[in-house]
Design a protein around this ligand. Sequence first.
Ligand code: 5AD
Ligand code: SF4
Length: 440
Amino acid sequence: MKKYFIYTYGCQMNVHETEKLAGILQDRGLQLASQVEDADVVIFNTCCIRESAEQKILGNIGAIKPIKKKKKDLIVAVCGCMAQQKDMAGNLRKKFPFIDIVFGANNIEFFGDYLDTYLNQKKFLNKVIEDEQYIENEQGISMVRDNPFYAYVNIMYGCNNFCTYCIVPYVRGREKSRNPEEIYKEVKTLLEMGYKVITLLGQNVNSYGLDGNTNGVNFAKLLDTIANFDGDFELRFMTSHPKDISDEVIEVMAKNEKISKTLHLPVQSGSNRVLKAMNRNYTREHYLNTIEKIRKAMPNITLSTDIIVGFPGETDEEYQETVDLIKTVRYHNAFIFMYSKRKGTIAEKMDNQIPINIKRERIHNLLKIQHEISEELFHEMIGTTQRALIDFGNKNEGYIAKAQCGKVIKLITDKQIKLGSFVNVEIIDYKKGNLIGRIK
Ligand code: 5AD
Ligand code: SF4
């Protein structure tokens, strides 16, 4: 039997698209290879959000050369956001002549057809579609989901925001919402199959429906409807843009037990000057006010964020405003990045690019501050009761549960427990980055 191996880089969207690629391949009778050397088809599902991602991917593609040399029939495909960039397919092929198929971020679901064409013609195939619009073909596509309890469901594709640092709108195209009935059907099927945590995915979920594709269903309504489905499950979503999260969404989150009390709300910077230069369309005050509203409605919510340090022109004072914001909000978790120049974006042409040593210093300092805050917050969880999903382990080696914020809880129990059950866990300690808990 033929085998495949997929390298996945980047965000949840890509992870989910790899599940679609795996589904397409398994429908054709291929099996997952345990190592790349055993594969007959290798796919690189790529990311280009930062230069570091691209460098890593180029290195990994290069490492395929000796394998292809030994195995002439090996099919090498590169897809996803990096491949979608202008002129990239040709450049990749020039750099790595052993690549057989390149396709973009917006036509992943047609890989089966591309494979057939390639097998017929045995000629390099460039299937990147330039018009930046997602071509939806989810019906009838099998997905091989990686985990038996957690499932991603796309609710929309693309992004209209054009934050000045970000390449996503150029490679993922304009926002396109999926039909709500199709989303409901997919979620219901997943619940029947036993999935326990459903995460709705989109680059900017709060603008779901604004493109007029959903018969008037907005994000709040979509959430509310799914949260009222039968069954013991949790509902999550990402990513939310702070300018778009509405009072209605906060209300729906607060009133529905099945919606996880966790929220990822990327702030990017604490400085109004920088936020404006980033084209984020909110101010620090608006953001903090939103956090206040969210906490008022859901006092126990866990929050996470994304931050960029070293955006062009960021002064020490402006950086300090981000430090101050992090200390004010006290996120459970923050993903902190050094600004990376992306070709074709507005920020690429800005003066005052920040030297790498300053970016390093800022990220280092901010990571340290955030680490201390996270540690404090996890310590503060001791004595509380958390609803968590037992998703790993066995009676002999012990069980692991995940809190709603994704934090690992090591369970103390001598009972046999069915994986995939929700339990109320009393947190009794926090050690070495893990919460320790007892089932109540
Ligand atoms: N440089 C650094 N970080 C970036 N992000 C997006 N574009 C860039 C860039 N050019 C970060 C943002 C975003 C997260 C997914 O990646 O913080 O929220
Ligand atoms: Fe990029 Fe901004 Fe769109 Fe997020 S909202 S994908 S950061 S352009």
